[in-house]
Write a protein that binds this ligand. Structure first.
Ligand code: SAM
Length: 200
């Protein structure tokens, strides 16, 4: 596969977490993988040169289901009739937990990735897209980066010790009440954030 090295020197990975998530009551939960998240995020990831899109879910039953689905997009029939979709889904990988993701990246690059959290809520010490884009473009940088996205009601705080950087929330135009509504679907958030970091 050909990566857009001219635009970004850093190898970039993407994670969609299904655990540890919060639900609407603030409880710790595991969420289910959705077909739309698999397809739409794979297509965005492929478009913006993401090395791998890790779908992280600890449940065996979810692995059977998603594994079957991803298997369908590796068949000769799919390759012949839907080559673009096969190409997009070729970046998707299943993982049981975040340690598995870190190990895969470490094995590939010999370095732990920088873990970058996304969230709709403003969190302390966040970095702007413009500033982080500059960091990723630094030709001297070798450290890979992994962009983390959530499901359910967002990534639970027990994940925060893993996090090195936090990207500022995406907002639309401000309304009279302040910052305004910004609760995007994870698919939209991925597409917008990838475009802000890597679009041209
Ligand atoms: C909380 S989940 C919502 C999942 C939901 N069930 C759906 O429809 O996709 C959305 C994830 O997308 C990202 N996200 C959503 N809105 C965002 C925003 N305004 N700024 C940054 N990230 C955002 C975060 O990673 C967040 O955890």
């Amino acid at each position: 596969m050909c990566y857009p090295k001219v635009l970004v020197a850093t190898p970039v990975y993407l994670v969609l977490l299904h655990y540890p998530m919060t639900n609407r009551l603030g409880e710790l939960v595991t969420t289910a993988v959705t077909n739309m998240d698999i397809h739409d995020i794979s297509r965005s990831a492929r478009t913006y040169g993401i090395r791998k899109y890790f779908i992280v879910n600890p449940l065996e039953i979810q692995h059977e289901l998603v594994g079957r689905l991803l298997g369908h997009w590796q068949t000769e029939h799919s390759r012949m009739h839907h080559p673009d979709r096969v190409s997009a889904l070729s970046v998707a990988r299943l993982a049981r937990d975040f340690d598995e993701v870190k190990k895969a990246i470490r094995d590939e690059h010999g370095e732990e990735p920088e873990v970058v959290l996304t969230d709709a809520r403003p969190l302390p010490n966040s970095i702007s897209y413009a500033d982080y884009r500059q960091e990723l473009m630094d030709p001297k940088r070798t450290r890979p980066c992994v962009l983390v996205f959530g499901t359910g009601w967002g990534v639970a705080e027990i994940f925060h010790p893993e996090v090195h950087r936090i990207l500022a929330p995406v907002y639309g135009p401000k309304d009279e009440e302040g910052e305004g509504y910004n609760h995007l679907s994870v698919r939209s958030a991925v597409a917008i954030i990838l475009d802000r970091l890597f679009g041209h």
